[in-house]
Design a protein around this ligand. Structure first.
Ligand SMILES: Cc1cc2nc3c(=O)[nH]c(=O)nc-3n(C[C@H](O)[C@H](O)[C@H](O)COP(=O)(O)O)c2cc1C
Ligand SMILES: *[C@@H]1O[C@H](CO)[C@@H](O)[C@H](O)[C@H]1NC(C)=O
Ligand SMILES: *[C@@H]1O[C@H](CO)[C@@H](O)[C@H](O)[C@H]1NC(C)=O
Ligand SMILES: *[C@@H]1O[C@H](CO)[C@@H](O)[C@H](O)[C@H]1NC(C)=O
Ligand SMILES: *[C@@H]1O[C@H](CO)[C@@H](O)[C@H](O)[C@H]1NC(C)=O
Ligand SMILES: CC(=O)N[C@H]1CO[C@H](CO)[C@@H](O)[C@@H]1O
Length: 433
């Protein structure tokens, strides 16, 4: 078809230029054929390039970016593309009915989200939704701007599809992100007012939700920093996530133990109860905590107890690990000596194990569990669901495989669910004894 178009265009063109000597027509044909072919080819390539379904990103673009950039520059480049709409998107993205998730009294059209840390400053939310994620978690955002740790602080281990990071919560701070959120909010609300409809959520897209992950300043107060986050950013969030699992922020890990955590969570919930959504001036955002995978069963039990006592709404399992799992293809890679949190493929067994413990101690509650850690395929997502996760989030696999990944994972989940004759919601917690 491509050739037909090219030929007929050329012959029309040479017919329309009858004043040219006959013998120059083949010449014209020859000289136009190349550029035209390149032009049409370029358009088709462009369409393909900007379609998030295409494999080109996974097999060509992402490896090329990896070759050409340091890990952190690659991350920055990705954000820039997503921010300025230079990233591929899913056109006519309609999620299969079997993927629907009911959660927090709302609905997600699919169970695949992007985890915190990719879009720390809330610059690329819309680009991320466009690649097919139903849930985008921005942050972590600290009250005051802070630069994080000195560079280098982000390292790739490509053979394992894994990374190590010690960003140490670099953040542009609440006020910066708040300004961006308000601007986006106002512009979407104006659009909705024109149509006479009410916005369904803070993502401003049906079947999608916006999460905001709150951090604390390196020298900030453990409780007050989160409280400020809830007060300032809470009105613009569908979900609030308190990150209490950083191996890099001194003192944060202690928080996970015992009554200190209960006190923090109770305070967080009481502040949340005072903050109304900017969408309707009355609804409240559910609040989740995010935990490390490096916890003993005993510690996980304590967290479950605190979570239930304080009536938080859910738990994200998990953040990166400070351990160095021995599943490595390259156990002697010097990169493994770098300090920081490890994520990607080798993290999955640890996160899944932590999720199973947590499920054991929260089954008797309506705490929502969110699976995160090494999710790269539909099967991974399904493993987390069966272990009790209502939906999943991922980061590292997206960094390696690029914007075609959400579509691919959704396809894989849909196929598997249809094979099993179940919906996503029917498999959540299916492995429970
Ligand atoms: C570079 C990088 C930065 C991250 N920054 C944050 C962060 O700011 N806040 C947070 O809660 N989690 C952060 N995470 C953790 C991820 O949200 C996620 O929990 C973890 O990477 C495990 O998922 P994955 O294996 O799919 O990457 C970060 C992860 C990476 C790789
Ligand atoms: C934090 O680091 C990431 C990666 O370099 C970058 O995209 C982001 O803009 C940084 N944020 C701040 C506030 O420094
Ligand atoms: C999660 O891991 C990241 C990356 O190592 C780290 O910056 C952050 O502090 C961790 N947070 C938790 C809650 O462990
Ligand atoms: C939260 O987790 C992310 C990812 O591991 C990490 O970068 C960040 O430092 C963590 N923040 C806190 C407050 O734990
Ligand atoms: C919420 O309150 C603000 C300030 O009073 C007002 O401008 C806005 O229109 C209200 N929004 C809704 C949906 O009621
Ligand atoms: C309020 C607060 O603790 N702010 C601190 C946040 O982190 C930066 C950099 O570490 C400090 O300079 C601020 O004082």
């Amino acid at each position: 078809m491509f050739n037909l178009v090219r030929k007929s265009t050329l012959s029309t063109l040479s017919k329309r230029l009858p004043f040219l000597p006959k013998n120059t027509r083949p010449l014209l044909k020859a000289s136009l054929a190349g550029p035209l072919a390149i032009g049409v080819g370029g358009v088709l390539f462009g369409l393909y390039f900007f379609d998030a379904r295409s494999a080109i990103h996974e097999y060509l673009v992402c490896p090329a970016i990896r070759m050409a950039t340091s890990a952190e520059d690659g991350h920055k480049l990705g954000i820039l593309c997503l921010k300025y709409g230079l990233s591929p998107r899913l056109y006519r993205d309609i999620d299969d009915e079997v993927l629907k998730v009911s959660v927090f009294g709302k609905e997600l059209s699919n169970p695949v989200g992007i985890a915190a840390g990719l879009d720390k400053d809330g610059e690329a939310m819309d680009g991320l939704y466009n690649t097919g994620f139903s849930y985008v978690e921005i942050g972590s955002i600290t009250p005051e701007p802070q630069p994080g740790n000195p560079k280098p602080r982000f390292f790739r281990i490509p053979k394992d599809e894994s990374v190590i990071n010690r960003y140490g919560f670099n953040s542009s701070g609440h006020w910066n992100v708040l300004a961006r959120l308000r601007k986006r909010f106002d512009s979407f609300v104006r659009d909705y007012q024109k149509t006479g409809q009410t916005p369904p959520n803070n993502a401003f897209r049906p079947g999608k939700l916006l999460g905001i992950n709150l951090g604390k300043n390196k020298t900030g107060d453990e409780v007050e920093d989160y409280v400020k986050g809830i007060q300032r950013l809470g009105p613009y969030a569908d979900v609030l996530v308190i990150n209490v699992s950083s191996p890099n922020t001194p003192g944060l890990r202690d928080l996970q133990a015992g009554s200190k955590l209960t006190n923090l969570l109770e305070r967080v919930v009481s502040e949340r109860d005072k903050v109304n959504s900017a969408l309707d001036n009355k609804s409240k955002a559910p609040v989740l905590v995010k935990i490390a995978p490096d916890l003993t069963e005993e510690e996980i039990k304590d967290i479950a107890t605190s979570a239930k006592k304080a009536h938080i709404d859910g738990i994200v399992v998990s953040n990166t690990t400070i351990s160095r799992p021995t599943t490595y293809v390259s156990p002697n890679d010097p990169i493994l000596q770098e300090s920081g949190g490890l994520s990607g493929r080798p993290l999955k067994p640890l996160s899944l194990k932590a999720l199973r413990y947590l499920r054991k101690y929260t089954k008797d509650s309506n705490l929502v569990l969110v699976g995160c850690g090494g999710v790269a395929t539909g099967k991974d997502a399904i493993d987390f669901a069966k272990a009790g996760a209502t939906f999943v989030e991922l980061y590292t696999a997206f960094a390696y495989r690029g914007p075609s990944l959400p579509y691919k994972i959704k396809q894989e989940i849909t196929q598997e669910l249809k094979k099993e004759g179940k919906t996503w919601m029917q498999i959540v917690g299916q492995d429970d004894p």
